[in-house]
Ligand binder design. Structure first.
Ligand SMILES: [Zn+2]
Length: 585
């Protein structure tokens, strides 16, 4: 009996560290080691990498526990000896220090290697160590990506390996130094910085943006990992500083929703259409109070604020303070932040869903005019939300009030309105009279759509017909293939799925497909499904292919999916378009 309990306990411990025996997508982090054919992996890389990822696992677990989520961390892929599996990818070219070790070139090779083992990098989390450090005149250098990108759908981290990279090396009283890119460092200092960078980039690949510790946290905890915590990782172990790096409450909350940290992988990664109602701001002598209600609230897990002195955006957000709002079961939340000294701040409200996905509302706050400036940007968020629902009536009302409060916003709002007005006349193909023998899908209602930009946070474009529409309503560009303009088309940046209800009442689906002119690096696979069954799959399509025709039988098909999937080099430049997609009886 006792042995059984012990075994159960050990299995329990094991499942917290490792993915289960039966792999399902997104249930573990896959580690890759990439090197050149003339450079074998560094000595003992397997043991070192094992120690590194276990140390990172331990860091994340400690922070999750401290923030009240229990002993949660990302899961790894074990071999039969419970050592992390490292997929060795050897490039078939020699190392060249003058050439960047670039993800763009190497990603497709890793993707192919992993696919042979049943791992699809488009729906997994990948951690790449590149053997790219080299030594010249006693100075260590590398020219390689040090980066992480991702979200609950997928993620990839790129870091660089070094023979000294090892948590074992973070110990006090070291006297030897190496020269790392011009900076002398003890092996301990080197690891504080480089393992810190590794932990930080991994954070990005898990969907964490940048943020900064508060004054109080700086005294009691050290540096936020997603701020400059990459320079202080495990620094306390060197014996001179009391605190190293930590994770903020907002960021452990985000991780608590990530599939790698939960026991269940969500069945969908949809971003529900929510809005914040009754958003109110109140200024006190020292604080800004924000309250509102996220509706509908059923899929909402929580609300996070980033208060970010301008400028904001990618790599301008290291100084953003993050807050986890208090929220009740009905989506009503409150939060307060100290008043900022900056002239202008961005207030990003991020509504997180139970599947780990989120949606962002970005407001601008001006010093001295806090409440009025925030209200003005809230008004614009209302316009965007009304457009998301193609709600022409509400848009008209909002434009009326914008004329008084924010004249500059009238023009983009009118672009939204014109688009929504057209949508009003669109019909679902299933509902068209059988006298109508053909219908263009570019003027039909889709039932649902998932789109590259939804997965890309703050995507620049939105699902659209007959043109490419900017998310802020500032531009509407016509669709164009290599052959020329495509007036009746659908913009479908990969990955995307447009779903139409045919009701089993159409016979033929006819279309061309291609890549938007100018996107030379795009490569996309076009797929058509009828009631979930694949009816058509293109080969990898590039701009040079021009307009490729397709015609298939869709008799009795009720649900038609038009899907675009990124080619092996990932989703960059994948501006795919369906050209004149048409249904015939
Ligand atoms: Zn970063």
């Amino acid at each position: 009996m006792k042995i059984q309990i012990l075994r159960l306990f050990l299995t329990f411990i094991a499942t917290m560290l490792w993915g289960s025996a039966d792999a399902t997508p997104r249930d573990r982090l896959h580690v890759v080691y990439v090197t050149n054919q003339d450079r074998p992996p560094l000595p003992e890389y397997k043991d070192r990498i094992h120690r590194i990822v276990l140390d990172l696992q331990d860091f994340y677990r400690t922070e999750m526990t401290r923030n009240g989520y229990g002993s949660k961390t990302f899961k790894l892929d074990p071999d039969e000896n419970r050592k992390v599996i490292i997929h060795l990818v050897t490039l078939d070219w020699d190392f060249d220090s003058t050439q960047k070790f670039s993800p763009k070139e190497i990603s497709p090779i890793i993707a192919k290697h992993l696919l042979e083992k049943g791992i699809d990098i488009e729906q997994e989390y990948i951690f790449v160590f590149a053997n790219a450090y080299w030594k010249n005149d006693g100075v260590w250098k590398f020219d390689a990506a040090y980066t992480g990108t991702g979200n609950p759908v997928r993620g990839i981290t790129w870091v660089v390996d070094h023979e000294l990279l090892d948590p074992k090396n973070i110990v006090p009283n070291q006297t030897t130094h190496i020269n790392d890119r011009g900076h002398p460092a003890t092996p301990g200092q080197f690891n504080v910085k480089m393992l810190g960078g590794t932990a930080h980039e991994l954070g990005h690949s898990l969907g964490l943006p940048h943020n900064k510790e508060s004054k109080e946290e700086s005294k009691t905890r050290g540096t936020a990992l997603m701020g400059t915590g990459n320079y202080t990782y495990r620094r306390e172990r060197l014996g001179k500083k009391k605190h190293g790096t930590f994770l903020t409450p907002a960021h452990t909350f985000i991780l608590s929703l990530h599939p790698l940290f939960t026991d269940r992988v969500p069945t969908d990664f949809d971003v529900p259409n929510v809005f914040i109602n009754d958003l109110k701001f109140k200024k006190t002598a020292t604080e800004l109070l924000v309250s509102g209600t996220a509706v509908p609230s059923s899929k909402v897990a929580g609300v996070i604020f980033y208060h970010d002195p301008m400028p904001t955006g990618a790599n301008k957000d290291y100084d953003a303070f993050s807050y986890l709002a208090k929220m009740n079961n009905y989506g009503k939340f409150t939060c307060s932040t100290p008043l900022s000294n900056s002239d202008k701040c961005a207030l990003h409200l991020k509504v997180y869903f139970k599947n780990g996905m989120h949606t962002t509302f970005s407001l601008t706050q001006e010093k001295g005019n806090e409440v009025a400036s925030l209200q003005k940007s809230y008004q614009w968020e209302k316009v965007k939300y009304a457009f998301k629902k193609r709600d022409a009536l509400t848009l008209k009302k909002l434009i009326k009030s914008l004329e008084k409060t924010d004249p500059k916003a009238v023009k983009p709002a009118q672009l939204f309105l014109a688009n929504a007005e057209r949508w009003k006349d669109f019909k679902t193909p299933a509902k068209l009279s059988s006298n109508k023998k053909r219908v263009a899908l570019s003027s039909s209602r889709w039932d649902s759509v998932s789109f590259g930009s939804i997965i890309w946070e703050n995507g620049k474009q939105i699902p659209s017909y007959n043109g490419i529409m900017d998310f802020e309503g500032r531009s509407f560009r016509p669709l164009k293939s290599l052959n020329g303009p495509c007036p009746d088309g659908i913009f479908a940046h990969a990955p995307s799925t447009y779903t139409y209800n045919l009701g089993g009442r159409w016979k033929v689906f006819k279309s061309q497909f291609g890549i938007q002119r100018g996107q030379y690096a795009g490569s996309v696979v076009f797929i058509v499904k009828g009631d979930g069954k694949e009816l058509f799959r293109s080969s990898i399509t590039k701009l040079a292919d021009g307009e490729v025709p397709l015609q298939i039988n869709v008799s009795r098909v009720k649900k038609l999916d038009l899907i675009t999937a990124p080619g092996p080099d990932g989703r960059g430049n994948d501006w795919s378009i369906w050209i004149a997609p048409t249904l015939l009886r």
